[in-house]
Design a protein around this ligand. Structure first.
Ligand code: C5P
Length: 239
């Protein structure tokens, strides 16, 4: 799913990050937001807390699920984890791995998904800036955009369907990897919103103009006084 395609609906899809431990609360939120969003993201917090039962509760709302577990281990372990995830019913629409796990790991993940869902790679977390990357030993001559591009190319060469990248790198990734290589973009902050722990951010419109296929928005919607209104305002920016 890469967004709506009719002329009056946005090309950039809106995915809400359900970063909360309680599946009932998450399912209630999704039911309220259903008409304003295109996809939901279940991350580590919700999946570890609520497991398969929680996953099924969310999937029952009918929206496609992005299962954001950021797998990162040796190829054999990631392959077996992916096989286990593919037994979820219904299967998620998207699952991700860390590109830092390397080409063999990414290829193993894709093979294990066996066409049941799209597999994408996290390039560089949007909470990391140049100083953080230096601190974890990345080549200081490579800025975050270079690193994202290098990892996006590696993900594509490993057979993956796309990447998670920050709004600032979408246009370069699209240029290098082609229009069909999916870009899933967190680090979205409506003008004036708190950035929190995110560092490489942009507004919903900025990300859409850069060519993002799917934007992932968490706190600006889930922590809003009126989440439905917040989602609607973001949707309006994407149109
Ligand atoms: O609340 P916020 O809008 O910052 O949420 C962003 C979501 O996107 C979080 O669930 C986070 O785990 C996820 N994410 C990210 N950066 C990545 C990959 C995923 O922020 N590179």
């Amino acid at each position: 799913m890469t967004g709506k395609t009719s002329s009056n609906t946005p090309k950039t899809a809106l995915c809400v990050a359900l970063d909360m431990p309680d599946a009932e609360e998450a399912a209630r939120l999704v039911t309220a937001l259903k008409d304003e969003i295109d996809m939901v993201k279940i991350g580590m917090e919700l999946f570890y807390a609520a497991g398969e039962t929680g996953y099924r509760q969310i999937a029952a709302t009918g929206l496609p699920v992005f299962l954001d577990l950021k797998l990162h281990d040796i190829p054999n372990t990631v392959s077996r984890a992916m096989r286990a995830l593919m037994r979820l019913d219904p299967p998620p629409a998207l699952v991700n791995v860390h590109a830092a796990g390397g080409a063999a790991m990414m290829a193993a993940a894709k093979e294990a998904a066996a066409g049941r869902c799209r597999v994408i790679a996290v390039t560089v977390l949007t909470a990391l800036d140049a100083a953080d990357l230096r601190a974890i030993g990345c080549d200081p001559a490579l800025n975050s955009a270079d690193l994202v591009l290098r990892r996006a190319r590696l993900a594509q060469d490993s057979g993956l369907d796309g990447v998670v990248c920050s709004p600032r790198e979408v246009a370069t990734v699209k240029q290098a990897c082609g229009p069909n290589f999916l870009t899933v973009v967190p680090g979205i902050r409506p003008a004036g919103a708190e950035t929190g722990d995110q560092k490489r951010v942009a507004t919903p419109r900025g990300a859409a103009e850069a060519g993002a296929d799917i934007i992932v928005v968490g706190r600006p919607i889930t922590q809003a006084a009126d989440p439905v209104q917040a989602a609607r305002a973001i949707r309006a920016e994407l149109a």
